[in-house]
Design a protein around this ligand. Structure first.
Ligand SMILES: [Mn+2]
Length: 332
């Protein structure tokens, strides 16, 4: 019962509480903090609560405007009796607020990440659900257990956090959707959420993506589509754009003076069927051409000094070799 943990925390004589988000706070952190503030006001109306973050992300700036809430300014942490830390699995991520752990005051942690060992050492007040795709979903569950229907604004905030952190429901599970329908029933404005979260890309990033698509060379190797392109910046975003557009593997190179940066992305499908591991591919590139490469199975990068054509030639050769004994790509 997470509500018990929440209520027990307030047994401490608390008059003023600070709700702290991680550095570069994203919409999940900010919206969760906002909804917690509302929940505290509902259950413990005598307690004053403020929200703080060292800084917030660009999209979160718009979210703050939507919620018409401001972050605490000109505060010192010893003004508060207790702290709630949201969406943060590592105290270093609190930035200028990381010293709250040294005050020996009550701290409640609400999060959906696997907690870092250093984090669980300083408090026993933990509401952690790693199965949840967002912290906002956990906060929604607090409202639900308390039998409190969130206001329209709070419901919209929670839906915003859930939508953002579940990557627009790519990572959602049954409880995510249950939360979503409840929140929409409570008046959450889904179209406002989508509009707020989809206007996050800068013009220069959109331009880089469009140029990457325009310049892409497409290699059809055993029906697998390999797209290779170049931009001057936003190479990772350009890779994602090529994958979203239909490539099985996307490689985008950014040339910067003496240096080149290579970003690579692939679909889960080609990784599962062919075993091509981009992190290893980039490591191999680093062993052959001056530079350092590495990463994950479907997302990797390389930084080096060599020429653009040499890198492309090498990567294509390796991919071709690896696909030789692999099953072909899907045909419609
Ligand atoms: Mn989160």
């Amino acid at each position: 019962m997470i509500l018990n943990t929440f209520k027990n925390f307030f047994i401490n004589h608390i008059q003023k509480i600070l709700i702290i988000c991680h550095q570069n706070a994203d919409p999940d952190a900010l919206c969760s903090a906002y909804a917690i503030k509302k929940l505290v006001a509902h259950i413990f109306p005598e307690i004053e609560s403020l929200i703080a973050a060292d800084d917030i992300s660009k999209v979160s700036n718009g979210v703050l405007e939507d919620l018409q809430v401001s972050l605490a300014k000109d505060i010192t942490i010893d003004m508060f009796d207790a702290f709630i830390i949201v969406d943060t699995n590592n105290i270093e991520q609190l930035g200028c607020y990381r010293s709250v752990v040294n005050l020996l005051k009550p701290i409640l942690l609400i999060d959906h990440h696997t907690p870092h060992i250093s984090t669980t050492q300083f408090t026993k007040h933990l509401i952690i659900d790693e199965a949840s795709t967002s912290t906002a979903e956990i906060v929604y569950n607090l409202f639900k257990e308390a039998g409190i229907k969130p206001s329209q604004d709070t419901a919209t905030a929670l839906l915003m956090g859930i939508t953002y952190d579940s990557k627009h429901f790519l990572l959602a599970n049954a409880s995510t959707f249950r939360a979503v329908t409840d929140l929409i029933d409570a008046g959450a404005d889904y179209s406002a959420v989508i509009e707020r979260l989809s206007t996050t890309m800068s013009r220069s990033e959109r331009m880089a993506r469009l140029k990457a698509i325009n310049r892409a060379q497409i290699h059809d190797i055993k029906n697998w589509l390999i797209a290779i392109s170049h931009v001057s910046s936003y190479e990772a975003s350009a890779c994602r754009a090529l994958i979203e557009t239909g490539a099985d593997i996307a490689i985008v190179i950014a040339k910067r003076k003496e240096e080149i940066r290579v970003s690579a992305r692939s679909t889960q499908n080609i990784y599962k069927k062919t075993g091509i591991h981009l992190g290893k591919l980039m490591e191999e590139l680093g062993a052959t051409i001056e530079g350092v490469g590495g990463g994950h199975s479907t997302a990797a990068g390389f930084n080096g000094k060599n020429s653009y054509t040499k890198v492309i030639k090498y990567l294509l050769k390796i991919i071709e070799e690896k696909l030789e004994n692999a099953p072909p790509g899907p045909l419609d």
